[in-house]
Design a protein around this ligand. Structure first.
Ligand code: SAM
Length: 244
């Protein structure tokens, strides 16, 4: 299984050509109509500029980015030090509008498996790059976060791989399971006063995350369960904050 995953990863990483990013963009009115919590939508729309999202977001992107904006709006410490932000494991960039809007600064979004292809022939990369182009000073980077040097004032990390099962479920080779090395790499590249924000899926995974912080002597603060009226996700989530 693992060698199959390796072969498949090598193949898609070599075949980088992509169809364009086909997407049915959704207007702010359509996004509000589809939103599970219109009152929270209105509060966020009053506080942040969301109109640019309709130039780059399909309804699914709106849902994921509204969730990100809702959570970061409530849970990030302010002010953040000057500097760029990074999202690790950015998939197809669907969460980037939420991050950029929350922190109002240049953002990087890095994705290891960026050449993964949809049925219609487009890769995550072209979606991520199109999303990054919609915002000033933003980049979608195809590759391993360990190849990046930063520095960053904020790193967001939604659902890092900490155990073999989720990595296998996402079809990635076992050699990419390196939670300790990845965490050390990212934390070392935070500016002084910089913030790491991590979200895990479920209490068991959060327990593994806690052990990892402790093993590295990192004084992360548990945020407990992350609730959001805008969450499109079914499983419970648990958050952490670390300030360097
Ligand atoms: C469980 S998924 C979470 C995706 C997204 N953050 C979310 O919350 O929906 C983990 C993501 O991290 C990416 N990833 C894993 N290891 C990585 C690495 N070393 N550098 C960059 N991205 C990585 C995976 O390819 C995958 O897209």
């Amino acid at each position: 299984m693992s060698s199959l995953a390796e072969l498949a990863f090598q193949a898609r990483s070599a075949l980088r050509w992509s169809m364009p990013a086909f997407k049915r963009l959704a207007s702010i009115d359509e996004a509000r109509a589809a939103c599970p919590a219109p009152a929270r939508f209105d509060a966020l729309a009053a506080r942040y500029e969301l109109t640019a999202w309709s130039r780059c977001c399909a309804l699914q992107d709106w849902a994921e980015s509204l969730y990100v904006l809702d959570v970061l709006d409530r849970l990030l410490p302010t002010p953040l030090p000057p500097g760029r932000a990074l999202d690790v494991g950015a998939k197809n960039g669907a969460m980037l509008p939420g991050l950029v809007t929350a922190v109002a600064r240049g953002c990087d979004a890095v994705e290891l498996d960026a050449h993964r292809r949809y049925l219609w022939g487009s890769t995550r990369r072209v979606y991520g790059e199109a999303m990054a182009r919609a915002f000033p000073e933003c980049r979608f980077i195809s590759g391993d976060v360990r190849a990046l040097e930063g520095p960053w004032a904020l790193v967001t990390w939604w659902l890092p791989f900490l155990t073999p099962a989720p990595l296998e479920a996402w079809g990635l080779p076992a050699r990419f399971l390196a939670p300790r090395e990845l965490l050390e790499h990212v934390v070392e590249r935070l500016v002084p006063g910089g913030v790491l924000f991590v979200v895990n899926q479920g209490e068991a995974e959060a327990g593994v995350q806690q052990q990892l912080f402790e093993a590295l002597g990192l004084p992360a603060r548990s945020l407990g369960r992350i609730e959001s009226p805008l969450s499109p996700f079914r499983l419970p989530r648990v958050g952490w904050l670390l300030t360097r």
